[in-house]
Design a protein around this ligand. Structure first.
Ligand SMILES: [Fe+2]
Length: 143
């Protein structure tokens, strides 16, 4: 089942919310591919390259936001991202060694779906309690 955007995913940061929605679109594209009996592996390669790059850029952006706003889950966020990047690297190695299989794509999709919904609802949403202006006023007060 496709992963849909829900209100409980909202971080109230328009850039991060949009980035999460873009990752959902990539994940859903992978799910659609994983349902096909015959796939164009060039399409899979293309999607995986985008997915990997996009996720890395998004993680970097989100981690910087959390640090800047002194969000208390910044370290937890970073270590969960690191663990997920490790998983992604390992599963992409398997793909490059063994080639495409429907089972591989379905497993990656369900990992993405579970990891994203779990991580966003628990960790990323905590950014909504630390909007940008709070960090700015704290910095101003400390001068
Ligand atoms: Fe995150």
């Amino acid at each position: 089942m496709a992963i849909e955007w829900r209100k409980n995913f909202a971080t109230n940061d328009p850039h991060i919310d949009e980035q999460h929605q873009q990752i959902f679109r990539f994940a859903n594209k992978l799910e659609a591919i994983a349902e096909q009996a015959e796939v164009d592996t060039r399409e899979v390669d293309h999607l995986l390259r985008f997915l990997e790059t996009y996720i890395q850029n998004h993680f970097r952006y989100e981690e910087a936001c959390m640090l800047k706003r002194r969000c208390p889950v910044a370290q937890k966020n970073r270590s969960e991202h690191l663990a997920f990047k490790g998983y992604l690297t390992r599963t992409l190695e398997v793909y490059h060694q063994n080639g495409y299989s429907q089972e591989w794509a379905q497993t990656l999709y369900s990992k993405l779906e579970n990891w994203l919904s779990n991580h966003i609802c628990r960790v990323d949403v905590q950014l909504s309690d630390y909007p940008e202006r709070v960090a700015t006023s704290k910095a101003a007060n400390s001068n």
